[in-house]
Design a protein around this ligand. Structure first.
Ligand SMILES: CC(C)(COP(=O)(O)OP(=O)(O)OC[C@H]1O[C@@H](n2cnc3c(N)ncnc32)[C@H](O)[C@@H]1OP(=O)(O)O)[C@@H](O)C(=O)NCCC(=O)NCCS
Length: 258
């Protein structure tokens, strides 16, 4: 039990830069109090002491402003920051290392019995005020933006924002794939450096390419808008990049390395 308590407190230090010491976390974090009371109410629920479980859950709500149904299943290192106004429904399932901010609802959209609340896989972060409604899965490591309303499944690693929720970043893997594509297009692999071998120059070039890609996407959008207005400005070809420039860079690199 003390091991779990220690783990809970550590999870606060990892995710809230404002946390200063264990005593402060024990006494001043309503999210922690709500989780501990939920563990008790969930235990009573599994023993089929349903009324007592509801009483404990209601006491937790009264104390913290966080309403967690005793039937909800919650993994380890769950962190609720601020907490006030959170509602977690009966059939919600929450994996490990999940973070919720104030005002989040994990709710249902039907009055049918059975699974009607979402499943959040490990590492999901749900921003303040977001509503996740329905019996679908938010994949591991996904982020839900503050005030989003999500009613459909979210793939692992994706970021979803707005009403209705739309995916703005598919996953880190997609970002990596885009980087590879642009590096191949340019004939220069600035990303051929792994996390374990941080080369500051290659990293800086990598950042520039990321930025270039973002500017490219924005220009494409602007060209689309200009085309729609009947302009032919974007029909003009951009100057081409010539392979020999990159051959030169590659040769230079090899000479240096040699
Ligand atoms: C959604 C979120 C996780 C995205 O973070 P990120 O990956 O760093 O993405 P960025 O901040 O670069 O934003 C990417 C784009 O999404 C937009 N965006 C970010 N959050 C948004 C939100 N909640 N709603 C609508 N659009 C949002 C940004 O304006 C940006 O748009 P642009 O590309 O047109 O400029 C983050 O913004 C968020 O909402 N986190 C929740 C934090 C929270 O609730 N904190 C409470 C503390 S008390």
């Amino acid at each position: 039990m003390f091991e779990r308590l220690r783990e809970d407190i550590q999870s606060v230090f990892h995710r809230d830069p404002a946390a200063r010491n264990a005593f402060e976390v024990l006494t001043c974090y309503p999210g922690m109090h709500a989780i501990w009371l939920h563990r008790l109410s969930h235990y009573l629920w599994t023993l089929d002491w349903k009324w007592l479980a509801r009483v404990v859950s209601n006491f937790g709500r009264w104390l913290t402003g966080i309403e967690i149904h005793p039937g909800a299943t919650i993994g380890r290192r769950f962190f609720i920051d601020h907490g006030m106004g959170i509602v977690i429904g009966e059939t919600a399932e929450i994996g490990d290392d999940v973070t919720l901010y104030q005002g989040v609802t994990l709710g249902g959209t039907s009055w049918n019995k059975g699974k009607r609340h979402p499943t959040l896989e490990s590492g999901v972060v749900v921003g303040a005020g977001a509503k996740v409604l329905g019996p679908f899965t938010v994949g591991a490591g996904a982020k839900v933006g503050s005030n989003a309303v999500v009613t459909k499944a979210v793939p692992a690693g994706a970021t979803v924002v707005g009403i209705p929720g739309r995916i703005i970043i598919k996953s880190d893997d997609d970002v990596e794939a885009k980087r590879k594509a642009i590096a191949e297009k340019l004939g220069f692999d600035a990303y051929g450096v792994s996390e374990d071998m941080p080369d500051p120059v290659a990293r800086a070039i990598g950042q520039l390419l990321d930025h270039l890609q973002a500017v490219d996407a924005r220009l494409e959008g602007m060209c689309g808008a200009l085309n729609a207005l009947g302009s032919d400005y974007c029909a003009k070809e951009l100057p081409a990049l010539h392979d020999e420039v990159f051959d030169c860079v590659k040769d230079g690199g090899e000479t240096k390395a040699g």
